[in-house]
Ligand binder design. Structure first.
Ligand code: FES
Ligand code: FES
Length: 146
């Protein structure tokens, strides 16, 4: 079985997986137990599995583990040590989540947009993540304050 070292949330993490084309999503959830990243569609549509890779949003269902080697991966668990990222604070202030399932992907996509220098309402137009609960209006309100 292939073994790799992945840089996740600032730490090098050795992983052994069943195959080199195992999606990063399953390595994060099942090997590293970072279950904040969610499986939604598995076909690169819903965004529930979004993580940050080298500062860019990446659907982790669409990245082989072997392609993630040598890159900086950040998951929702690593976004801030104490949930104090501005997007997390805005989400709390605007009571965005309902069931919460999609929200880590939403937050990671938002954090990537902020890292790219985008602010306010323009972030909302960049988010393509799907929320089955329909929290879009609250997300729009929250990102307007960023
Ligand atoms: S699970 Fe990856 S985009 Fe839906
Ligand atoms: S809050 Fe439930 S799917 Fe988005």
């Amino acid at each position: 079985m292939p073994s790799y070292t992945l840089n996740v949330n600032g730490k090098d993490r050795p992983v052994t997986v069943s195959s080199a084309d195992m999606p990063l999503l399953w390595v994060l959830r099942d090997v590293l137990n970072l279950t904040g990243t969610k499986y939604g569609c598995g076909i690169e549509v819903c965004g529930a599995c979004t993580v940050m890779v080298n500062g860019e949003p990446q659907k982790s269902c669409d990245m082989d583990v072997s392609s993630a080697v040598g890159k900086r991966i950040v998951t929702i668990e690593g976004l801030s040590p104490d949930r104090s990222h501005p997007a997390q604070k805005a989400w709390i202030a605007h009571q965005v989540p309902q069931c919460g399932y999609c929200q880590s992907g939403m937050l990671m996509a938002t954090a990537c947009a902020m890292q790219a220098g985008h602010r306010g309402a323009s972030i909302a137009s960049e988010l393509s993540n799907v929320c089955v609960c329909g929290t879009y209006q609250r997300i729009k309100s929250a990102v307007t304050t960023l």
